[in-house]
Design a protein around this ligand. Sequence first.
Ligand SMILES: *Cc1c(COP(=O)(O)O)cnc(C)c1O
Length: 401
Amino acid sequence: MNREELINLATKHGSPLYVYDTERIIHQYKTITSAFSKVKNLKINYAVKALSNVNILKVFNTLKSGLDTVSIQEVKLGLHAGFKPKDIIYTPNGVSLQEIEEVAKLGVQINIDNLSILELFGQKHPKVPVCIRINPHIMAGGNSNISVGHIDSKFGISIHQVPHIKRVVENTGMRINGIHMHTGSDILDIDTFLRATEILFDVAKKFKNIDFIDFGSGFKVPYKKDDISTDIIELGEKLSIRFNEFCKEYGKNIALMFEPGKYLVSESGYFLAKVNVIKQTTSTVFAGIDSGMNHLIRPMLYNAYHHIENLSNPKGRERFYSIVGYICETDTFGSNRRINEISEEDILCFHNAGAYCYSMASNYNSRFKPAEVMIYKGKDYVIRKRETMDDILRNQEEVKL
Ligand SMILES: *Cc1c(COP(=O)(O)O)cnc(C)c1O
């Protein structure tokens, strides 16, 4: 989206504001499906937790995508958006057997990542086929907070415990219908990823009647200029050939699944905020905006980089700024950023604001969560209203003192 369009949206809908360009989402979806066009049975399940507005889910429904969910609430959002239970996979971690049973009752594909739960579930519901989440112990990406395939990870059943899984399956008579992994959030090295897929193929061969292999996600998108990102075309070429070979070896055309979140929605999102104050100290110039870690926590939580642009003064002289929020914590979005000269009331734009931004927002400091706007077929729709005092007070039971 261009600068004028974004400024107009901030003027029309106020700030701070999240804007999602669905054309970009559709482009990303089509890129991944065409990269794997040689696979007969491909299924992309959008990871709801990245951006969970029900209208965004409906856009994915029009694309014939499925959903990847991590809570029963996400499952219910998906059903509300019109998805069929069979197009939803549920991959929880650390949730109760009771919640898993509730989701299974809805007809959603269950993915179990824990041996003790597998045994309990198999004994009670031997007729419900389940997918198993395997930890292949392959390190993906560099940041240990977003790597979930390593040895100390809480996610998945270790590859070394496959004999135990087999024993549970034999003892309970349950059926394993899918093999899953999700190794982390950043796949840069295709060959490392392909090594992990070989591990899954080996596991899959140990089960007689599987319907799919789900390779999770971890597709990386660029956050700054010259950032390397996952080469989907190369991955598509190499993995498709290997997958089709595997289907022949296995004797069945099983489905190949992925569940990207960030890849599909990150670049579609723009977060617009207004500059409240410029403050010069002895060591830096701060630009303080009408937002903070309550609306976009990734820089503070993971040290994530979001490119920041001054939409109001594109030709201004470049100067160095620290961009900070209005929350009473150290909430720095970026330090020593070279940005076109900023004045109070300018509108700044944070790029890559589609994934894990609004969905992690909170009401800290009793601030309202921002509005969300979706651009669909050239029109802007408010898909979530800005909050009001009623939202802050909702569910607070006032005691007479
Ligand atoms: C979060 C998550 C994803 C999506 O990861 P991205 O890095 O956003 O693509 C996929 N699968 C599972 C199980 C997840 O928890």
